[in-house]
Ligand binder design. Sequence first.
Ligand SMILES: *Cc1c(COP(=O)(O)O)cnc(C)c1O
Length: 388
Amino acid sequence: MTTNPIYLDAAASMPINPQVSEAMIECLRSDEFIGNPSSANILGQKAMQAIDLARQQLADLVGTNASNIIWTSGATESNNLAIIGAARFRSNRGRHLITMKTEHKAVSGAFDYLEKEGFEVTRLMPDETGLLHIDDLTAAIKSETQLISIMHVNNETGVVQNINEIGKLCRELDVLFHTDAAQSVGKLPLNLERLPVDLLSVSAHKMYGPQGIGALYIRKAAGCGVIPLFHGGEQEKWIRPGTLPVHQIVGFGLAAEIATSSMKSDIKLMQKLYQRMWNGIKNNSGIVVNGSTESYFPGILNVSLPGIDGDSLMLMLEPICVARGSACNSKFHEASHVLKSLGLSDHLAQSAIRFSFNRNTQFNEIDFAIKKYNKAVNFLRKILPDGL
Ligand SMILES: *Cc1c(COP(=O)(O)O)cnc(C)c1O
């Protein structure tokens, strides 16, 4: 029996692609990339060329022009910049904003902050499968509504929202639409030329790139502006000042290029891994999949079992690395706000385990996880036959 960690927590962070880390190390080692990309000298220009290439690689992945991409430190910053920046930019036109209860904390936290600044925020509930109903959104929109933020793929459940439908509605009503696409860019096809999205957040480490680098897509169109969060430099068109981290961006760009070519086979692999995992554990009585089983990304499988304590279960699954909810909630041992929004009782939400897969996940790792999970469930049910 192996004691090496088995990584089934890709939704929290993905293993960096070896080609990507090689390119980053090369960039750090090379005398060619010692310059500041903002400098006008030849070494500054050399660094900027590498950044321009990466911008093009990411732009190609999401089907847009490179000039619409701004580098940030990750999706947390992109979400804050998009939501706070756009709300402030349009605040004279109205101060009502709409989001969902199931968003990542990097989105809900930005809205909590704006509420303190005097904005009014509506937080819509999904149905019991985690999906937003367009009628609920339509009903919530008022004449003062300026910005709507609904995530693409949910990081806890894998539920995929219909961002095309939501974006169309927003465009009809001249409301800005932001989507947190940290879990979907590089994993599901996205074409921003056709998709009615104004602002879109990306994170490199959710797509086999390095941690600490992300991007914000800003559609260049009338009324789609953001007020910067940082001040003091002209980088990224004054929207996000600060010296650009060349090696991080080079790695991100390459990860985007690799994603463009391997997305189709990646999706097929995720479907196989998901099916194998689910088939292996579905016979535990009472087990439920959390979130839609129709509109979902197969890289994430979140399940609950009545009568089982998630903390104990997670301990017994070691050395398999899984998550209880999102990485951000897991330290507090509280039931996930996302799962509770789907109508799960505290009790059922407590038992949730998220398995998430990546390109390197092996079938024998899944089989090992299945065995461990089933064994742990049987054990916990034996010592606590009446549940909790
Ligand atoms: C990981 C994640 C984030 C945060 O991204 P960072 O790059 O780690 O800041 C935001 N939203 C979602 C949906 C995520 O999965």
